[in-house]
Design a protein. Structure first.
Length: 341
């Protein structure tokens, strides 16, 4: 998908190049947009120590077959989001200025809806603001009309190039209001969180995954049950932080070791919703041998999957993990088992 638009965002004296709609139309008390703005917000809320982000499922962008972007929600107005997971609204954000992080998120309306649109949002796992890249500054709402820099991607659809800004990683919701409908979509904002100064790499990591000891990130602790998380154990996470795990018997060992076993407590940032965690592993740089596992959604607290992950030979193994439409990769090192005496 190619969207061509140019503008700037002014933020407390800083200028950031971005892509946004033109200045919203003035709203009078009697205007349709003002009536939409007067509606109350009905966003959900979650306790992140109990529930992962209930990200709204998406479907491939229908106007451009083969696109990696997703239409999020049931419409008739959709945010178009592109992220690391094939069917989950998990969106990478990058730092811009003044503590804000930005993601390009255009909005589209189906041909059967041609009315005005108002979009607002907030974090649902804490008091976290959402802003939109209006012109000339950040705005707390998007007010979209057919006269507001609309473009037409084809088949009667309307589109608006814009973006979303957040200050921190977390779970957010957008309320999309139009004439005759009000829809809510939820997404996980993936903001890069550097390791704590108290964390340090453990020996024996491999590939793109670093195993750390000390001070795991807050999102991983929350996903593993908050205060009940085994936060003193070595841990790892995917890039950009959809799934992580705590290793009970470190280092992991090839074969089927006992005392300790290769126990890994996986924890995911999105709500499991009954989905199993499916794991497919193979040596890094090779296609065989292959190990497969499936771990059910039957443990609590948090969004966890207790597991035993054994492999037949030592080395660096790549694991592709999928659950409820989300997907990520992890590399883990396995050492040779010491024969029993």
């Amino acid at each position: 998908m190619v969207i061509r638009a140019t503008c700037v965002i002014a933020m407390a004296g800083s200028v950031v190049v971005g892509c946004s709609p033109s200045q919203a139309m003035p709203t009078s008390a009697a205007s349709p947009v003002a009536a939409l703005l007067a509606r109350s917000l009905h966003l959900p809320s979650i306790n992140p120590e109990v529930q992962g982000c209930p990200a709204t499922p998406g479907q491939p962008w229908t106007i451009e077959p083969g696109s990696s972007a997703l239409e999020i929600g049931s419409g008739p107005v959709y945010p178009l989001m592109a992220g690391p997971s094939p069917a989950t609204a998990a969106v990478p954000f990058y730092a811009v200025a003044d503590g804000w992080h930005y993601a390009k998120v255009p909005f589209f309306s189906r041909p059967d809806y041609q009315g005005p649109i108002v979009i607002r949002g907030a974090g649902i796992d804490g008091n976290k603001p959402v802003r939109f890249d209006g012109h000339p500054a950040l705005t707390a709402s998007l007010e979209l009309t057919s006269g507001d820099r609309v473009f037409h991607p084809g088949a009667g659809w309307r589109g608006w190039p814009t973006g979303i800004l957040v200050r921190s990683r977390g779970c957010y919701a957008l309320q999309i209001d139009g004439a005759g409908f009000s829809a809510v979509v939820v997404f996980l904002a993936l903001v890069d969180v550097p390791p704590s100064p108290a964390a340090h790499p453990a020996s024996g990591g491999c590939g793109a995954t670093t195993v750390y000891e000390g001070s795991p990130p807050e999102w991983l602790v929350d996903a593993a049950g908050g205060s009940g998380a085994p936060s003193t154990l070595p841990y790892f996470s995917s890039t950009p932080g959809l799934i992580g795990g705590f290793i009970f018997g470190y280092p992991l060992r090839a074969g089927h070791p006992d005392n300790p076993t290769n126990k890994v407590l996986w924890a995911v940032a999105t709500a499991r919703n009954g989905a199993a965690l499916n794991v497919v592993g193979h040596p890094q740089g090779a296609t065989t041998p292959v190990v497969t596992y499936s771990f059910p959604d039957n443990s609590s607290p948090g969004e966890i999957y207790p597991s035993i992950v054994d492999v037949p030979s030592p080395g660096c193994w790549t694991f592709t993990l999928s659950w409820g439409g989300a997907q990520a990769q992890i590399q883990l090192a396995f050492v040779a088992s010491t024969p029993a005496r």
